[in-house]
Design a protein around this ligand. Sequence first.
Ligand code: ADP
Ligand code: MG
Length: 587
Amino acid sequence: MKRGLPIVLLALAVPVVALLPLPDFWIAQLNYIGLYALVSLGLVLLTGVGGLTSFGQAAFVGIGAYTTAWLTLNTGMSPWLTLFVGLALTAISALIVGLITLRMSGHYLPLATIAWGLSLYYLMGNLDALGKYDGLLGLKSLSIGSINLGQGRLFFVLCWALLLGSAVALLNLLDSRPGRAIRSLKGGTQMAEAMGINTFRYKVTIFVIAALLAAVAGWLLAHFQRTVNPSAFGLKMGIEYLFMTVVGGVGYVWGAIVGAGLVKLLDDWLQVALPALIGTSGSYEVIVFGVALVLVLKYLPEGLWSVVARKFPKPDRLVDWVDADDLPVRSKPQNGERVLVVDNIRKQFGGLVAVNDISFEITAGQIVGLIGPNGAGKSTTFNLITGGLNKTSGRVTFLGEDVTALPSREISRKGMARTFQHVKLIADMTVLENVAMGAYMRGSSGVVSSMLRANQAEEQRLMKEAQRQLERIGMGDYLHEQVGNLAMGPQRLMEIARALCCDPALLLLDEPAAGLRHMEKQALAAVLHQLQGEGMSILLVEHDMDLVMDVCDQLVVMEFGTLLTRGTPAEVQANPAVRAAYLGTEH
Ligand code: ADP
Ligand code: MG
């Protein structure tokens, strides 16, 4: 399926529906669906893509609705202006709520959004100026000049045009430099931060975008219903918005529309059917929704749209960047210059000294191997150098600069790139997109320009670089594969290509040969030799002694967190202490 096909179909369907002699009731239903889908779209970005669950979206709908209601009724301001006031108020409140809550992990964020949704509901219900629980009545419909958009077909066109525009903007965003950063959030922040991405900033950003979409829906809703009251913006609606998104397919932009449509129609039908069935009236539909949600989560956890998406796999990206300019490269240290100085770094986990005052150096063009038995403290040392862990004490100097206290994204921006002992990738992205994450800090396009597709020249430069790095290590045939479908060997090589995309002055590889088959190890050794020939400086943590002895210029041997010895591979091999501790005495 062409990426744009659903967009084109919907864009054609909207005017057709508006012209068809459908009953007004159906147009009204479609209007509600469009409004709900707008909110749900925000949740696709926030929850489905970003992994941040919010029950509080209805509160942002409320801010959009109450702002325009109060302002148009009390000041006579045009609704086209109040929209922007509402968006501004929403952005400010989302920013405040986001900055406070988004640092929380696990269940705290959903709980915090519930608290936020509840408190705003009671605020709206208790303010005299907002009409307390009766709300505000007598709003005007939207109009353009003398044309009243009313509640019918013209409103439908406006509402669905906004919805489609937002959907296209989101699709554009997800397929871009900031979009790849957003898509990485769900898998934890360690890898993204190591690629120079400020993950917290992106969490706040998508929280604000989702809130703005909700506020637009609120603005529309206020003028559609011509009245606002707190019940439409309470926690029950907050849950229902999340429910729609999950049912439709929380990871899919089009799932928002499917989910909103299904829930709205089912809701109406159940409100009529259930009382008839049971004999008394009540909000029984809530129970049915609860059961349905459990069933969907169990049998179709990715929602209804996932069935459609699976039938029509994404097409390969067109390689349309052959003519793109190359990305600028940083100036590299001269051969023999000191690249990294590790000075007495130490890490204690409670009583355990995982890294005990380790010191060593790497000069430009060297491959230094960090070896030692399992649990010796190699990965911890690695994380202390790259900024993934805070040091208990000690100093790290990189290219003459003290980077001891910097977070990993700042250190990687200075030219230190790494791979992970446990491969960290975004399984539903292609190899090319995963590798392009490495080039993140070499681009600059932001959220808005990506939504408007003004980022294409840069995007092509990033893709060209990703392709070049993949070809450099012999993975040119894998560009469009889903990375999650690859074997361990190509996945580890992919991580090296991603690190090379950072344009590093120092490359840190954590057990790149772990889990590789013989042939794959040979390919890896060839890549390392090639990088060595190009003058790359490398710190290599590795268990495979053949590989280490083959490629390393210098070895640093650790045992129980302490430095056992340093030297050339030959010296280390001849050292009896190393043989005793590491290789086994009689080896
Ligand atoms: P290696 O990479 O050499 O196998 P690690 O650096 O992973 O060793 O671990 C060194 C020691 O530190 C081990 O005893 C390990 O259990 C401990 N360790 C590593 N990470 C943590 C942590 N986050 N909390 C507590 N102990 C840890
Ligand atoms: Mg390790």
